[in-house]
Design a protein around this ligand. Structure first.
Ligand SMILES: [Zn+2]
Length: 92
């Protein structure tokens, strides 16, 4: 399987920029304090976390593989959910 990593990285980076852009600026670790009293809805914090994890996995080379069963995640699924760490079967 040939995943276009550069395109995925661009998608994830722009998603991340958008999510970080709406976050209140605070010192310290990126996600601390957001869950309690932060203005970001929970799902956006969760999405940002997923995007950051996906970027880290792109970097280390495990991106595109399910974190549960280890199978390839189909391209079509990554097009829809670029930050997903799970294949269709494991996500349900
Ligand atoms: Zn799986």
């Amino acid at each position: 399987m040939q995943v276009n990593f550069a395109a995925r990285r661009n998608t994830l980076e722009s998603k991340r920029k958008r999510l970080v852009g709406v976050a209140p600026s605070r010192p310290g670790p990126l996600l601390s304090g957001w869950r309690c009293g932060g203005r970001l809805p929970y799902f956006e914090v969760d999405e940002l976390r997923q995007v950051e994890v996906a970027l880290a996995r792109l970097h280390e080379g495990s991106y595109g593989f399910c974190q549960i069963c280890g199978d390839d995640i189909p391209d079509a699924r990554l097009d829809q959910l670029p930050a997903t760490p799970f294949c269709q079967c494991c996500a349900v």
